[in-house]
Structure formats: structure tokens, C-alpha cells
Design a protein around this ligand. Structure first.
Ligand code: TXE
Length: 503
């Protein structure tokens, strides 16, 4: 792979349409910023509606082209497996690009990029295992069966927090099934998706099977979401934008898959090992500086251990090392956008006005070496209530609100008192209690005595305003394929159509 941080530095990157780097019709480019320094580091094409048209046309053409359409499922699987091999070979390179572009820790990105190829391999193996079924109907001399087919062009609008990882759960199955794709990465982190296209080409995917249109959400994203040439839209981002996209998709009567973040409850009972649980809560909310959709940002602690737990949580939080994302010693890097820092600051400030208190963090770090970057200290807010802004809305930053509960019923009511429903966690040694929580909580994922432990073999997805549709696991193969029912009469005699036989 020729693309590296050094080759991107100061460069101007074009769109990727029909296998070729393509200049945007407008000739306009946008700047991409390094969150660790706040400085622009490369430019990417600002696609407009015409460019999106061209990308969708290329994807439609590739979908119909026998080079892709008539490829056997086994051969498609081999291509996806080849892509996985190439990704593994270039994992560290992709990690450096991701870190430079969105500020995620290099050590986390290396681990993520080395793990992602396994997910592609998993779906590669499914390429020739997606089967239809034979249905025993109440008619003689007839076979009734289903075919599983690719659906067409899938539009994927992705966010900045983990662009390649969040793409994987849908791109890998789409390719294994035989769909074609147009990706609109977030304008805040485009580099890794563009770099991946080099590997798509090297793996041998026919031109047009995967296309990338970079640009702003309001122009490129909007044009893609409204495009009548799509069969489905996958979106990861804010609930507000998700609503707009779903409305636009409805005009074309196409389905969406929506992953819209959350405000996940993380529950701690009095019977736990405090140190282990504090580590779980800290990892659950502060990992990736809180920029994960599943962040356990509302922490409910049984009243009996509340004071001890908060003390331990604060102590652990204060030990977290903020630092440059390229340093192995850093536990937390910068936030990906300056706007995110302002958003977190304003929610913490309003939280204090609403009656919460800062027990740790609560400000930008006062360190010279971090002054230019978009950093925010990991923050514990006590005296939290579900009606406070920072407990209601997704902050996507390193902030956890903590509050006590007295009974299991109260805890369930507090946990479910949110418009989101993506993830949840509970720490207890009482398995009956844990199972009661698992059945009553309104969240698409429940973690018991662990948090943020995800696997591509199992699916993820949200309820309520966290969206709909599942990613990962075998079910996703069904979400991106369609069923066709075929009825075959081998009796050799067509009955008189106007004779109706009553039983
Ligand atoms: O999201 P947007 P932003 C949440 C998180 C964050 C907030 C805002 O709370 O603070 O969203 O982040 C494209 N038509 N999450 O502003 O606007 C846009 O270009 C079509 C949760 O980045 O939702 C980008 O590619 N597309 C989260 C993508 O949508 C449009 C991950 C997401 O942008 C568009 C990220 C439009 N009208 C943010 N407007 C998660 N669930 O993991 C924007 N876009």
C-alpha cells in the first residue's frame, strides 16, 4: 500500500469512483485536521450531487456487470479473504493513518486494525453459506423454494470515531453477498477509508464494486441519502441526522440500518469486587476518550457502597494519563473534533448549574504539551440525575454521571429512563439478579461483569432512539440480501384456471 501518513501529509485526495481517483466536479477540497495539534494535515474532495450520481451509477453498473454478478459465491469469498490478508499486512499503516486523522490512540488502533481482518475472513467464509429454503406446500407436484440474492447498491454514511471498524460490520457482508457500495465517510475522518480503497483494488474487486465520495454531510451525505439508485442505506451517527436520512430514504421506499449512539446505563451492585468493577466502569466510559456509541455514561451504584465506589472511581480516574495519541504511554488522547470539546464543556457547565458536582476532571488539561490539541480530562460528575442534560443527551466525550439507587426496581426504572437503548452493563455476583436485569433492560446489548466486549460473530444494534437493524453475526447476511420465492409445478398439467375445487 503506497498510502502512508507521510504520503498523505499536505496532499490532496480525490474521490474513488469506478476504481479511479476522480476529481470533484466543483474542484473544491476540504481540510482534514489532526486533533492532536489542531492543524490541517491534508485535503480531500468536496463531492457534490453530480459526483454522488457518478458514484451510484458506477456502483449500479458494477452490480449488473457479469464480472461481479456472475462471480460464484465461493470466488467472492476468496476476494474478501484476500482483502483481509492485505489489511493484516498493512494493519500498522492503516492504524497510523487513523490515529493521525481522528486522534484515537495508536496502541488501540494497532490492535483494532490487526483484529479487523478476522471479521472480513468471517464474512468471507459466509459467502457460499447463505442458503434459501425449500417450503413443503399443501399442493402436489410443486416445489416451493426461496433464493437469497444481493439487494443492489448500498449507501454507507459513516462517522469519525472508528471509521474502518464501523464500516466492517456492513462492508464485509455486503461484499460477501455480492452487493456494491458507495461510502460517504465523515468529513472529520476520511483518510483511512480512502486508503482502504487501495487494498480493495489490489485484492481484485472489479471497479465500481466499492466507491467513496468524500465531502460534507449537508451536500454529499444528503445527495447519497436521497439517491433513488440505492437499495439500502446504512448510517452511523447522531439521532438527529439519522431521522433526516430515514425520512429521505422513505421517499425512495428503501430500508435503512441505523446506529445512532446511546446513553448507556452501567449498574453496580454492592456485592462486587470494587477494584475490578471500577476498572470495568472506567474502561466502559473513558476508553477512546468516551467517543464510543456504547459508552457507559450513566453509572448507577447501590447506595450501600456508593461512597466507597465513588472514591475508588475518582482515584482511578485521576490516574488516567492524557497524552499524544502516538505515545504508548497515553491512556486517553484528544477528542476528534474541536466542536466535541465545546459540546462536552457546555454540558458539564450546565450540569453544574443543574446541581451536579465535579469529583474528577471537569476541564481541559492545563498542560503546556497538550495546549494545542483537543483534549478534555476524564470527568466524574456526582449528584447526577436523569433529568440533567449530560445524563439525557449523548456527549461522546469522557464524562460519566454517577448516582445511587436503593432497590432493584428503582435501578431498572433509572436504567430505562432514557430515549436511547443501545447498550447496558451490570456488575454483581448474583446471577439471578443479573438475568432479571438482562430481561428487563431496554438495550440491544447487555454486558454482565464486563463492558465493551464485542465480537463480530455476535450482532449489535439499538432500540428506541438508538436506531434499528443489527450488525455483525450471521443475521447481517440476511439484512443485506433479499428473499425471492420460486414456485415450480412439475405436474406437467396446468389446471383449468376457472375451476375452483372446494374442500
Ligand atoms: O454526527 P452526524 P457528527 C453522535 C455523537 C456526536 C454527534 C454529532 O453524539 O456528538 O453524533 O457528530 C453525515 N444527510 N455520534 O456531527 O452529523 C456526516 O457527514 C446525510 C454518534 O459527526 O450524525 C457523517 O458522515 N448525511 C456516533 C455522518 O453523517 C449526513 C458516531 C455522521 O454525522 C447529513 C458519530 C445529512 N443531512 C457521532 N448530515 C455513533 N453512533 O457511534 C451529516 N451527515
Amino acid at each position: 500500500m503506497r498510502t502512508t501518513v507521510t504520503s498523505l501529509e499536505g496532499s490532496r485526495q480525490n474521490l474513488f469512483i469506478a476504481g479511479r481517483a476522480t476529481e470533484p466536479q466543483s474542484g473544491n477540497y476540504l481540510k482534514s485536521y489532526d486533533p492532536a495539534t489542531g492543524e490541517a494535515w491534508y485535503e480531500f474532495a468536496d463531492a457534490g450531487a453530480q459526483d454522488v450520481d457518478a458514484a451510484v451509477a458506477a456502483a449500479r453498473q458494477a452490480f449488473a456487470d457479469p464480472a461481479w454478478r456472475r462471480m460464484t459465491q465461493t470466488d467472492r469469498g476468496k476476494l474478501v479473504r484476500r482483502l483481509a490478508e492485505l489489511m493484516l499486512e498493512h494493519a500498522d499503516q492503516l492504524a497510523e493513518i487513523e490515529t493521525r486523522d481522528n486522534g484515537k490512540l495508536i496502541k488501540e488502533m494497532r490492535a483494532q486494525m490487526r483484529a479487523l481482518p478476522d471479521s472480513y475472513t468471517y464474512f468471507a467464509g459466509m459467502a457460499d453459506k447463505l442458503q434459501g429454503e425449500t417450503i413443503p406446500v399443501n399442493k402436489l407436484d410443486m416445489i416451493n423454494f426461496t433464493l437469497r440474492e444481493p439487494i443492489g447498491v448500498v449507501g454507507m454514511i459513516t462517522p469519525w470515531n472508528s471509521p474502518l471498524m464501523l464500516l466492517t460490520g456492513t462492508l464485509a457482508p455486503c461484499l460477501a453477498i455480492g452487493n456494491t457500495v458507495v461510502i460517504k465517510p465523515s468529513e472529520h475522518a476520511t483518510a483511512s477509508t480512502l486508503a482502504l480503497m487501495e487494498l480493495i483494488t489490489a485484492a481484485g474487486f472489479p471497479p465500481g464494486v466499492v466507491n467513496v465520495v468524500t465531502g460534507s454531510g449537508r451536500t454529499a451525505g444528503d445527495a447519497l441519502a436521497r439517491h433513488p439508485g440505492l437499495a439500502k442505506i446504512v448510517f452511523t451517527g447522531s439521532t438527529q441526522t439519522g431521522r433526516t436520512i430515514a425520512r429521505n430514504a422513505a421517499d425512495n421506499l428503501i430500508p435503512c440500518q441505523m446506529e445512532l449512539g446511546g446513553k448507556s446505563p452501567h449498574v453496580v451492585f454492592g456485592d462486587v469486587d470494587i477494584e475490578r468493577t471500577v476498572n470495568g466502569v472506567v474502561a466502559g466510559v473513558f476508553a477512546a476518550a468516551g467517543q464510543t456509541c456504547v459508552a457507559g455514561s450513566r453509572c448507577f451504584v447501590e447506595a450501600g457502597i456508593y461512597d466507597r465506589f465513588v472514591e475508588a472511581l475518582v482515584e482511578r480516574t485521576r490516574k488516567i494519563t492524557l497524552g499524544h495519541p502516538m505515545l504508548e504511554t497515553s491512556d486517553i488522547g484528544p477528542l476528534a473534533l474541536l466542536d466535541q470539546v465545546s459540546k462536552v464543556e457546555s454540558y458539564v457547565a450546565s450540569g453544574l448549574r443543574e446541581g451536579a458536582s465535579v469529583a474528577a476532571g471537569g476541564r481541559r488539561p492545563q498542560r503546556e504539551d497538550l495546549a494545542k490539541g483537543w483534549y478534555y480530562e476524564p470527568t466524574v460528575l456526582t449528584g447526577a440525575r436523569n433529568d440533567m442534560g449530560f445524563m439525557r443527551d449523548e456527549l461522546f466525550g469522557p464524562v460519566v454521571g454517577v448516582m445511587p439507587f436503593s432497590s432493584e426496581d428503582e435501578m431498572i426504572a433509572l436504567a430505562n429512563d432514557t430515549r436511547y437503548g443501545l447498550a447496558s452493563g451490570i456488575w454483581t455476583r448474583d446471577i439471578d439478579r443479573a438475568m432479571r436485569f438482562a430481561t428487563k433492560v431496554d438495550a440491544g446489548t447487555v454486558w454482565i461483569n464486563t463492558y465493551r466486549s464485542a465480537a463480530f460473530m455476535s450482532s449489535m444494534g439499538g432500540f428506541k432512539e438508538s436506531g434499528y437493524g443489527r450488525r455483525g453475526g450471521f443475521d447481517v447476511m440476511r439484512e443485506f440480501s433479499r428473499v425471492k420465492n420460486v414456485v415450480l409445478d412439475y405436474s406437467g398439467a396446468m389446471q383449468d384456471p376457472f375451476v375452483i375445487r372446494l374442500k
